[in-house]
Design a protein around this ligand. Structure first.
Ligand code: TA6
Length: 278
């Protein structure tokens, strides 16, 4: 069952329930902010002080960074405009009692053309079952080609950041956004300070280990991954976050970032996919 719900301030979201899981997706930014398998803990971290207001990105869940990751396009706001844009619900299909597929779409508008002068169709397809599948498809409906970078900027909920271990990036080329240095990652990743790195040539599964909980993350249409935790000082400066929120999450983002950008000629399409199992 998929229901359209509204907060007292008019902010709309979809509530999806089936026999294997529940999920919530805001129409603004097609932003998944809850996914919970039956009998399991919530997968995503959501800030207790997050905004649920038009024009402000939700802090937590899976923000969509599009058509730019970070400041990859200096003409656009950080992480692009999709996360604060209103998507329309295209369809919601109950494949069976355990699986629901929801599609939401954003197309160019007068406002978006002022920011980014290209015609496009952006569709998020979310399959809610005993795993979560997310597919972000971009179609170039313009007469000219365009370049994009993007991310499914997932915030994973943790027991504590000190218990988190990220596996699968050993020996991967990496750009440290804090030092602007490039190097090869060495071994598993643990967190003891601010962390903001972009990994390239990633074609394998990433595993997030948090005590006995194991989350497997597999991406397609992407060869880059971003790992982020703001730690103490940056967390205090972040909007929509309590001062100690950094202890509660790690971002593992399926991206097309930096050199892993996408060029789409007219009528061409690209799909960034991620599957999360736990
Ligand atoms: O993905 C990591 C990152 O680019 C960090 O540098 C940090 O800024 C984070 O995204 C959050 O960005 P936001 O615009 O949501 O505050």
């Amino acid at each position: 069952m998929t229901e359209l719900k509204k907060l007292s301030n008019g902010f709309e979201y979809l509530e999806i329930q089936n026999d294997s899981a529940t999920a919530k997706i805001a129409l603004q930014g097609a932003h998944i902010f809850e996914y919970k398998r039956k009998g399991k803990d919530e997968l995503f971290w959501l800030s207790e002080v997050s905004d649920f207001e038009l024009g402000k990105a939700i802090r937590g869940g899976v923000p969509i960074c599009w058509p730019a990751f970070g400041m990859n396009n200096p003409d656009l706001p950080q992480h692009g405009f999709a996360r604060t844009s209103l998507f329309e619900l295209v369809s919601s299909i109950e494949v069976d009692s355990d699986t629901t597929i929801v599609e939401l779409r954003l197309t160019h508008s007068k406002e978006s053309l002022k920011l980014w002068n290209y015609k496009f169709e952006l569709t998020l397809k979310v399959t809610v079952s005993d795993s979560l599948n997310i597919e972000l498809k971009t179609i170039n409906t313009d007469e000219k080609e365009f370049k994009l970078t993007q991310a499914l900027h997932s915030y994973f909920k943790l027991s504590d950041i000190s218990n988190a271990v990220v596996k699968g990036l050993d020996k991967k080329p990496c750009f440290d956004a804090l030092t602007n240095k490039n190097f090869l990652e060495d071994g598993d990743i643990v967190f003891t300070q601010e962390f903001d790195k972009v990994y390239q040539k990633v074609d394998n599964e990433i595993v997030l280990q948090d005590k006995e909980k194991t989350i497997n993350i597999k991406s397609e249409g992407s060869s880059s991954v971003v790992i982020w935790n703001p730690w103490i000082d940056k967390c205090k400066r972040m909007s929509g976050m309590k001062n100690d929120a950094y202890k509660e999450f790690v971002c593992i983002e399926s991206t097309n970032a930096f050199e892993d950008f996408v060029i789409l000629k007219p009528k061409e399409e690209h799909t960034l996919k991620t599957q999360m199992c736990f």
